[in-house]
Design a protein around this ligand. Structure first.
Ligand code: 7TS
Length: 409
């Protein structure tokens, strides 16, 4: 599939917003969906809809095969060794909460340490805050350099023998920084800690190999990688998942239920209580097929190129302040910025009037905003369907925004 022709597969992008052709630059919040995914969902509901893992009837078997088939697609996509290691969740947030609530509650004791960074998304901060409070453990933060990177020397100092869990995002949803999670996993393991990777912003954009990263857990969200909302994945090493207790109890996840005692199914189903997210998983499987047809290496290369172009062009706008690494090679496909002292919500509102969708606010990263000493920023985030032409339109609209606010104040 030629990357230049990808936009044609996304029906939503072929519309006008406020009298202008839509330029969608908010894929870090959620990506758009190609027809291949929309059709997979349509086909499932029209032809195969049924509950899974129970009936012997034909639709039930088809639905089960598609659901479990999607699990195997995810396994291959992140190079896990076994399908038992792939738990379907509602998204990254639910996946990280599952690790904190199950592994964390069992393994973290008073006086232990949990290490994260200042750049984490709230969903990789609050579960650990809550766990630390409950257990009397200490939450420690890896500091950031001026360009938004973390140093391995800092990791070696801050991760200690008391550290039980290190949990770090692979790609920052604000700075675009690509963190050295493989190297940090090695440091964590040397100190006897486990490594959790928040892959919400990396899995959609680059090849993931959980065996190569040697992480213990890896979380992702389907909706950020061309899949439907409401589906995500927690990968975990089998020996860890095996000893973990479920956090949701009910149908589907049980083996035997007695009046006062029950036993659980084997992996991965013991973590999937209730009717699972069947259509979502099937849609995610179709999204994986779509991304693999383009090629993840190709996607990554293209987005570095777009990010580089965006930084170069956006830097020409008077009063532009860009956060994070300066080169396209060092960052994923997003650019977070402020335009002098124009509030980012005003920037986003003016851009919307031009048909350009960007996100403004704290991006669910308030500790990072504090570190950047700003209350909010605007963010343009790219995906396979964006082009340099989209960036040109953004830059033109930013110049207009700047002029508009210079006249006003
Ligand atoms: N981790 C990171 C790095 C994220 O960027 C997000 C969502 C999440 C976790 C949570 O994912 P969820 O699917 O469970 O919600 N980030 C954003 C964003 O940057 N703008 O909107 C959502």
């Amino acid at each position: 599939m030629n990357i230049k022709e990808i936009k044609q597969y996304f029906p939503i992008l072929h519309q006008e917003v406020n009298g202008h052709p839509l330029v969608y630059l908010d894929s870090a919040a959620t990506s758009q969906k190609p027809v291949q995914v929309i059709e997979a969902l349509d086909k499932y509901y029209r032809e195969d809809n049924s509950n899974v893992h129970r009936g012997v009837h034909t639709l039930g078997t088809r639905a089960t095969d598609s659901y479990e088939g999607a699990r195997d697609k995810v396994r291959k996509f992140i190079n896990a060794t076994a399908t038992e290691e792939i738990i379907f969740t509602r998204g990254t947030t639910t996946a990280l909460n599952l690790v904190a609530s199950s592994y964390g509650r069992a393994e973290v004791k008073e006086g232990d340490e949990i290490v994260i960074t200042y750049m984490e998304h709230h969903s990789n901060i609050i579960p650990w805050q809550q766990l630390a409070k409950e257990k009397g453990a200490t939450l420690k933060y890896l500091p950031l350099q001026d360009n938004g990177s973390v140093l391995l020397e800092d990791a070696k100092e801050i991760i200690t023998d008391k550290t039980k869990i290190v949990s770090i995002m692979m790609v920052s949803n604000v700075l675009g920084t690509i963190n050295p999670v493989k190297e940090i996993a090695k440091i964590a393991h040397e100190k006897g800690a486990i490594m959790v990777v928040d892959g919400a912003q990396s899995a959609p954009h680059m090849k993931i190999d959980v065996q190569d990263l040697d992480c213990d857990f890896f979380a992702l969200s389907g909706h950020k990688m061309c899949g439907p909302t409401g589906i995500g994945v927690l990968y975990g090493k089998k020996h860890l998942l095996e000893k973990m207790e479920p956090v949701e109890f009910g149908g589907e996840m049980i083996d035997f239920v007695g009046l006062y005692e029950s036993t659980w199914k084997e992996l991965p189903w013991k973590f999937e209580g209730g009717t699972p997210i069947i259509a979502g998983a099937i849609g995610l499987g179709a999204a994986i097929d779509f991304l693999e047809e383009i090629g993840l290496d190709e996607i990554e290369k293209y987005e570095h190129q777009l990010a580089g172009y965006a930084i170069e062009q956006m830097s020409t706008v008077n009063g532009m302040q860009i956060y994070g690494p300066r080169s396209g090679e060092e960052r994923a496909g997003l650019v977070t910025f402020n335009l002098d002292d124009v509030h980012s919500h005003d920037v986003a509102t003016v851009l919307d009037a031009e048909g350009i969708a960007v996100r403004a606010g704290h991006h669910c990263a308030q500790p990072l905003m504090k570190w950047l000493e700003v209350s909010a920023t605007a963010r343009a985030s790219f995906y396979v369907y964006n082009t340099e032409e989209d960036i040109d339109k953004l830059v033109k609209a930013l110049v207009k925004t700047k002029e508009y606010f210079s006249d006003v104040f």
